[in-house]
Design a protein around this ligand. Structure first.
Ligand SMILES: *[C@@H]1O[C@H](CO)[C@@H](O)[C@H](O)[C@H]1NC(C)=O
Ligand SMILES: *[C@@H]1O[C@H](CO)[C@@H](O)[C@H](O)[C@H]1NC(C)=O
Ligand SMILES: *[C@@H]1O[C@H](CO)[C@@H](O)[C@H](O)[C@H]1NC(C)=O
Length: 445
């Protein structure tokens, strides 16, 4: 039992991290220059009608064709006035801003029969949920740069219902579409937009660099399948901050390809910042993996608030994944009502096919989890490394994950893990060496 004054000290420093940290207003701005566009056009000039019934696919495609081919100096802003614009999929081009006015809604058609199918991502070898190609995202950018999606908190509505039902009844032909996907792109900003009812993952930057996602709201029902919030995938310099995300799957999940395809493609996700995110999910708040075959490094996730969670922080991989997950720091997290606080697991997720290499073992090391406060957390944590590739350098400090009143929370469970723990309650497994040297973990880097 801690002496009373020390307990109070820990209580307050944990609940109200340091005043310095609270005042720290580090932001993503500066990673990608925000562009002012002199040239402005409106979807209405291209026949767009926001009555919720008229199909606007041609208007979107014509407006973006105009931006792409007229190439005005400094790029062009495409204004979407208030109204509901029903549309099929469309592709973005470089040097453009898609601007949704207050009350503007870009709404996906529900009929998937004409939905275009594109090639699988090389780092996945197939669609994530069905073999072969995959449905293109509603809004797609391939090989573009200097693209902004912003406005006055207008909505991009995926009308995911029909897709979720196809998933539930096993009638999907191909992998469901994301709401917004960027492939091989850089200098992307997504801000001040609401994402609603995505058929699948919401925002998916893959093979990208310099991507900022901020001031977004992402909503999907708790029982909607695979509606991840933001999934940086084989991408670097990605910054996600100041957003509310509440969906049916992981709120933010850092990935880098799947088993032998991800290993062969070999593109790591690194320099990822996740900051000031709140929301709830039956799965994880912050996840790394389980598709991490290209490697994931240098992730900083801080100042997070999670409610009604499956798992607060989840690092997940598997035999056959290969790759590495290293230098991950998660700090200053408050969670309330969670099945589990922290989970690091080497047996997560499925395989693309039976050609995965059982000798391709992932390396998981240098994971720092600190300043975590949880209330009504059923199990504080579990860490299951791999017998032939134990997880190392797992550092836990200043963690207090309390169960419901009684019975108290389920004890930690661990295997094949080494590292250190300091000021962790309930006390974690004996595999982690106890240390009373606060800050020991952070000093490793
Ligand atoms: C949109 O981009 C995808 C991927 O680059 C491409 O396959 C498709 O043909 C494009 N669609 C249109 C309408 O240009
Ligand atoms: C949009 O929402 C953000 C919070 O996410 C808020 O700060 C901003 O003022 C809103 N903008 C408008 C134009 O309503
Ligand atoms: C670890 O990641 C942090 C970002 O969280 C970065 O600032 C630091 O340089 C990385 N350390 C190493 C050794 O790469």
């Amino acid at each position: 039992m801690l002496p009373f004054p020390l307990f109070i000290f820990i209580f307050f420093t944990t609940l109200f991290p340091s005043p310095l940290a609270v005042a720290d207003l580090t932001t993503c701005s500066g990673i990608v220059p925000m562009k002012y566009r002199n040239d402005k056009i409106s979807i209405a000039d291209f026949g767009g009608i926001g009555d919720g019934r008229t199909l606007n696919t041609r208007a979107f495609r014509a407006a973006i064709y105009r931006i792409q081919h007229l190439r005005r100096r400094g790029g062009t802003l495409l204004y979407i006035p208030p109204g509901v614009y029903l549309t099929e999929t469309f592709n973005l081009t470089s040097h453009m801003t898609l601007y949704l006015a207050k009350g503007a809604v870009i709404k996906a058609v529900q009929d998937s029969s004409n939905w275009p199918v594109i090639a699988p991502l090389p780092s996945y070898g197939r669609g994530r949920e069905r073999p072969g190609g995959r449905y293109i995202s509603l809004i797609h950018g391939d090989g573009v740069h200097d693209v902004v999606i912003t406005g006055e908190n207008g909505t991009i509505d995926g009308q995911g219902d029909a897709w979720w039902n196809m998933w539930r009844t096993g009638t999907l032909k191909y992998t469901r579409p994301s709401l917004v996907e960027f492939v091989n792109s850089y200098n992307i900003i997504i801000s001040n937009v609401m994402f609603l009812n995505s058929p699948f993952w919401n925002i998916h930057p893959v093979y990208c660099r310099n991507v900022v996602v901020r001031y977004v709201t992402i909503l999907a029902p708790r029982d909607s399948p695979n509606t991840d919030g933001v999934d940086p995938d084989s991408s670097n310099n990605v910054c996600i901050e100041d957003s509310y995300i509440s969906t049916g799957d992981d709120l933010v999940a850092v990935k880098s390809g799947w088993d032998e395809y991800g290993i062969a493609y070999g593109r790591c996700s690194y320099d990822i910042t996740i900051r000031r995110i709140s929301g709830s999910s039956p799965f994880a708040g912050v996840a790394v993996g389980s598709e991490a075959s290209g490697g994931v490094a240098n992730v900083l996730a801080e100042h997070l608030n999670f409610y009604d969670m499956g798992v607060g922080i989840n690092i997940k991989t598997n035999i056959g994944r290969g790759g590495f997950i290293k230098n991950i720091t998660v700090s200053n997290v408050y969670m309330e009502n969670s099945r589990k606080g922290l989970k690091i697991a080497g047996d997560a997720g499925d395989h693309p096919d039976d050609k995965f290499d059982p000798n391709a073992l992932p390396i998981v090391k240098d994971i720092t989890i600190k300043n975590i406060w949880g209330v009504n957390v059923q199990q504080a944590g579990s860490i299951y490394g791999l017998r032939d590739s134990p997880f190392t350098g797992i550092c836990l400090s200043n963690i207090n994950l309390r169960g419901a009143t009684r019975p108290r929370s389920v004890p930690w469970t661990c295997s094949y893990v080494s590292g250190a723990a300091s000021l962790v309650s309930p006390w974690p497994c004996s595999e982690l060496t106890s240390t009373d040297q606060d800050g020991l973990c952070s000093d490793n880097f």
